[in-house]
Design a protein around this ligand. Structure first.
Ligand SMILES: C[C@](O)(CO)[C@H](O)COP(=O)(O)OP(=O)(O)OC[C@H]1O[C@@H](n2ccc(N)nc2=O)[C@H](O)[C@@H]1O
Ligand SMILES: Nc1ncnc2c1ncn2[C@@H]1O[C@H](COP(=O)(O)OP(=O)(O)OP(=O)(O)O)[C@@H](O)[C@H]1O
Length: 286
């Protein structure tokens, strides 16, 4: 009986610039995805049918779950009759802007190609991923920092890692991604900085003067509507961090630290009220 488990890491967004609204209602954006060591674990066991259990009872394991949707999409595409029993050990908060569900979906696609021994061309797998969510291709195809454009599915591997410690805080409120895209303050006419060039100066040359370009366009509306998120942002800014930002459409806020001791101190202070993760400098997904 074939059985194995995989890690599904979350991500943060370093800069998130929304550049237009498409006719289909989706928005184009430019962002840098960076992985963090906050992860779910997914277990896969060969079975006749597709089934799923999850350690977080607030998360339905029906057809709305992104793991089930990924399994059914791959089964239909490949015309396989095999099933799978999945177990999701859920740790990454959702409604957090951390892409946890998207990462689970990508991990499921990769794992089932292995379990069902099917060889799907990467371009085809990419199409299945985009249908599951705009963030899913990043987790399917990348390990470190990646530049993303389009709706988030046009990816370029930057072959870079963040050279700082990352403290990520979940303020225990969920921000629906669709709400954030409906309500963010548009700046479509703004000149868009060259994030791809600037992130190389930032990570390779440690040129901190470029940090101002890495704004998150959701930040103002999320901080306005969720005071606790603003409170977390303020606390992290006062903790000796280099840089603080909202991740994705929120609610998670992350801070970058040069010194590990300062990162540990900030993480400990925030963990009294909120779920916190600390990711070491140089982290890449396995
Ligand atoms: C905010 C980010 O996390 C940045 O990484 C992503 O853009 C969100 O990606 P995601 O969570 O995979 O989003 P999806 O689950 O695909 O879409 C949720 C909803 O967000 C809106 N949405 C999403 C992505 C995008 N580029 N434009 C949008 O307008 C759409 O209304 C969509 O119905
Ligand atoms: N396996 C799953 N894990 C987490 N969320 C899931 C899963 N399956 C379906 N969902 C649904 O997808 C929604 C979005 O989950 P996800 O964690 O990807 O988004 P997020 O935390 O808002 O991050 P981002 O906005 O960056 O995508 C959740 O609110 C949840 O209702």
């Amino acid at each position: 009986m074939k059985h194995f488990s995989v890690k599904a890491c979350a991500k943060i967004n370093l800069g998130l610039l929304i550049t237009s609204r498409r006719d289909d209602g989706y928005h184009t954006l430019e962002t840098i995805f960076a992985p963090i060591d906050w992860f779910d674990t997914l277990e896969f066991t060969e079975s006749d049918a597709i089934s799923m259990e999850c350690t977080n009872l607030d998360l339905p394991v029906d057809d709305s779950n992104l793991c089930i949707r990924a399994a059914k999409a791959l089964q239909a595409y490949a015309g396989v009759t095999k099933g799978v029993a999945m177990k999701l050990v859920k740790r990454v908060p959702f409604g957090a802007g951390l892409g946890g569900g998207s990462s689970d979906a990508a991990a499921t696609l990769n794992a089932l190609c292995r379990l069902w021994q099917i060889d799907v061309p990467s371009a085809e797998l990419h199409k299945l991923a985009v249908k599951l969510g705009a963030d899913v291709p990043y987790f399917l195809e990348m390990k470190g920092l990646a530049y993303a454009a389009g709706i988030g599915e046009e990816l370029e591997d930057l072959s870079l890692v963040l050279p700082w410690h990352v403290v990520t805080v979940f303020p225990e409120v969920q921000v629906p991604t669709a709400w954030a895209y409906k309500n963010f303050h548009r700046q479509f006419e703004r000149p868009v900085p060259e994030l791809k060039t600037l992130v190389r100066r930032l990570c390779d040359e440690r040129d901190l003067s470029v940090l101002g370009a890495f704004e998150n366009d959701f930040a103002s509306v999320v901080f306005e509507h969720y005071p606790v998120v603003r409170e977390v942002r303020d606390a992290l800014e006062a903790s000796g961090s280099l840089f603080v930002s909202l991740s994705g459409s929120g609610s998670a806020v992350y801070a970058l630290f040069e010194e590990r001791t300062a990162a540990v101190k900030a993480a400990e202070a925030m963990s009294a009220r909120f779920r916190v993760n600390m990711t070491p400098a140089g982290f890449r997904m396995a």
